[in-house]
Design a protein around this ligand. Structure first.
Ligand code: PRP
Ligand code: URA
Length: 208
């Protein structure tokens, strides 16, 4: 599991416990998703490339830094949407490209319903955002899409991963680092992460 990181940050652990709690209401749930996503993105972007940039402070000229690469945030609809805002505030120049996938409830395979990526890639590195890495089907399909688009550097940022989904993503795309808030125990017979938090889309949007 070398390219998988479960955040060691106490704030993440604290917030994730409230997120999991079954009576946490959608408004609070969305707030927590946004906050945890920002904390995870902070960790996931620690190795971003920077380049020198001259800065004139009120007192002196100095060499500062700026990001070298154009970053793309790629939320998987619907549940990944809630992770965008907190991360976007940290990197407002990022582009946001939505990928629409839902999991067929019988086969558990991802079905694509939205993809408006232009022909040529417009970003050098992408963060795929999806709270749940369950069977891994949605994450693998999204990495496939981004690689076909031409993105060379891709990372997955999620809240909870099941060992099954982590294994699937690592096997299909060993070059993609996985950043999570927690790694849970297993999937149940309906493909839900246990203990997990239930349905991340329904809990955010009040549709459960
Ligand atoms: C959920 C979740 C992931 C996917 C994970 O989406 O947000 O996208 O399931 O499962 P997997 O790892 O087995 O592919 P869902 O299909 O419920 O759609 P939604 O976000 O629209 O609710
Ligand atoms: N999708 C969810 O929203 N939750 C799970 O536990 C698995 C897939």
């Amino acid at each position: 599991m070398s390219n998988v990181k479960a955040s060691p940050h106490p704030l993440v652990a604290h917030k994730l416990s409230f997120l999991r709690q079954k009576d946490t209401e959608p408004k609070k749930f969305r707030e927590l998703v946004r906050e945890i996503a920002a904390l995870l993105a902070y960790e996931a972007t620690a190795d971003l490339e920077i380049m020198p940039r001259q800065v004139q402070t009120p007192l002196a000229e100095m060499q500062g830094w700026e990001l070298r690469e154009k970053i793309g945030l790629v939320p998987i609809l619907r549940a990944g949407l809630g992770m965008v805002e907190g991360i976007w505030e940290l990197m407002p120049s990022a582009e946001v490209w939505h990928i629409g996938l839902y999991r067929d409830e019988h086969t558990l395979k991802p079905v694509q319903y939205y993809n408006k990526l232009p022909i040529e890639p417009t970003v050098q590195m992408s963060l795929i955002l999806d709270p749940m890495l369950a069977t891994g089907g949605s994450a693998v399909a999204t990495v496939d899409i981004l690689k076909k688009w031409g993105v060379k550097k891709i990372k997955f940022v999620g809240l909870i991963g099941a060992p099954e989904g982590i294994h699937a993503l690592q096997t299909a795309h060993p070059d993609v680092p996985i950043h999570l808030a927690a790694i849970d125990d297993h999937l149940n017979e309906r493909g839900y992460i246990v203990p997990g938090l239930g349905d991340a889309g329904d809990r955010q949007f009040g549709t459960g």
